[in-house]
Design a binder for this molecule. Structure first.
Ligand SMILES: O=c1ccn([C@@H]2O[C@H](COP(=O)(O)OP(=O)(O)O[C@H]3O[C@H](CO)[C@@H](O)[C@H](O)[C@H]3O)[C@@H](O)[C@H]2O)c(=O)[nH]1
Length: 310
């Protein structure tokens, strides 16, 4: 475990109580600290990031330092130490990005792919995973709605028509495991997901907590998109479909394009990207079922009304 936050590391140490886990305090921005931590390591899962959209709009260079340069440090240190594989965690916001967080994650993907392209004989397989919103992740909207309802307030909704892909923490971890087991250098693995509107999500939380679905519409925040895209149209023309997952392989051509002119294939491919407005759409009842499966939501329901939690 390598991270900046010694308090969280301490909490994890006590929670896990597992002497096989070693803890390193350091920062992905500091190459030497990453180099030291990745010595003698077989696999790296790179999740360190600045991930809040609005805050990265105010401090874009901080996103550059952590999400782009920090990721480059992780890849470079892994290469130097002969680490077997590196899986870097990306986001749907990296596709057709409009905000600094998404742009920096898009660049992180490019750094990972460039490593694969420029080091064909490397002992280190670097791949990416990309997914949408992880339900109940720290600082995200579902725990916020629940806190607001508990405080007797209406949930604050930016735009009820805004859509997002939803998945559980378990599903995002499955994607990381899939990449870990199957990745070829430079692959991007994408987890398909269902989407919903934020208005329906707020309504579902209200219904689950048995309060009237009265929403407080606050308007879109800095840098937010109305809909998110998990796979671009350009990627879909190359992607392999594995049911739950898509695999976008590396474009491993070199810069000598003339070689390909006479051999190129004209493939129109799909006309649309895979986005949260054309993906399978969940309504309020389906969102409620999904929410009920989250242990954190069940715990909150049990506190409020033990009967409702059953
Ligand atoms: O008071 C609020 C706050 C947020 N929202 C909306 O809720 C949705 C989800 O917001 P949030 O949970 O803050 O997540 P996102 O801004 O969509 O970003 C999250 O999901 C991304 C995947 O798309 C990850 O990459 C990011 O790190 C993570 O913060 C968005 O449509 C927001 O506009 C509200 O309606 N009311």
């Amino acid at each position: 475990m390598f991270s900046r936050d010694e308090a969280k590391q301490d909490e994890m140490r006590r929670l896990l109580g597992d002497e096989r886990v070693r803890y390193y305090v350091g920062d992905v921005r500091d190459y030497d600290s990453v180099l030291r931590a990745s010595r003698g390591i077989d696999h790296v899962f790179h999740a360190a990031a600045l991930k809040q959209v609005p805050s990265c709009e105010f401090f874009p260079l901080e996103a550059v330092r952590t999400n782009i340069l920090g990721s480059a440090n992780v890849v470079e240190a892994a290469e130097r130490n002969g680490v077997g594989s590196v899986v870097v965690l990306s986001t749907d916001k990296a596709v057709y990005p409009v905000n600094a967080m998404g742009m920096s994650k898009a660049m992180m993907e490019k750094v990972a792919q460039a490593h694969a392209r420029n080091n064909p004989n490397s002992a280190t397989t670097v791949s990416c995973v990309r997914y949408g919103n992880v339900m109940y992740s720290r600082g995200s909207v579902i725990p916020l709605f629940i806190e607001q309802i508990k405080a007797g307030r209406a949930p604050t909704v930016t735009d009820p028509t805004m859509t997002r892909f939803l998945m559980s923490l378990g599903e995002s971890v499955e994607l990381v495991e899939h990449a870990f087991q199957h990745a070829r250098p430079g692959d991007i693995f994408i987890r398909k997901a269902a989407a919903c509107t934020i208005g329906d999500l707020a309504e579902a939380v209200c219904e689950l907590f048995n309060v009237p679905a009265k929403l407080d519409v606050i308007g879109v925040r800095h840098g937010e998109k109305l809909d998110e895209t998990l796979a671009s149209r350009e990627e879909l023309t190359q992607a392999e479909d594995f049911g739950e997952f898509l695999r976008v392989p590396l474009d491993a051509r070199d810069l000598n394009y003339s070689l390909y002119v006479s051999e190129g294939e004209l493939d129109e491919g799909p006309v649309e990207d895979f986005n949260s407005s054309n993906a399978p759409r969940m309504g309020v009842p389906e969102i409620i079922e999904l929410l009920k499966r989250l242990p954190e939501v069940r715990a909150e329901l049990a506190l409020r009304d033990p009967v409702l939690a059953c």
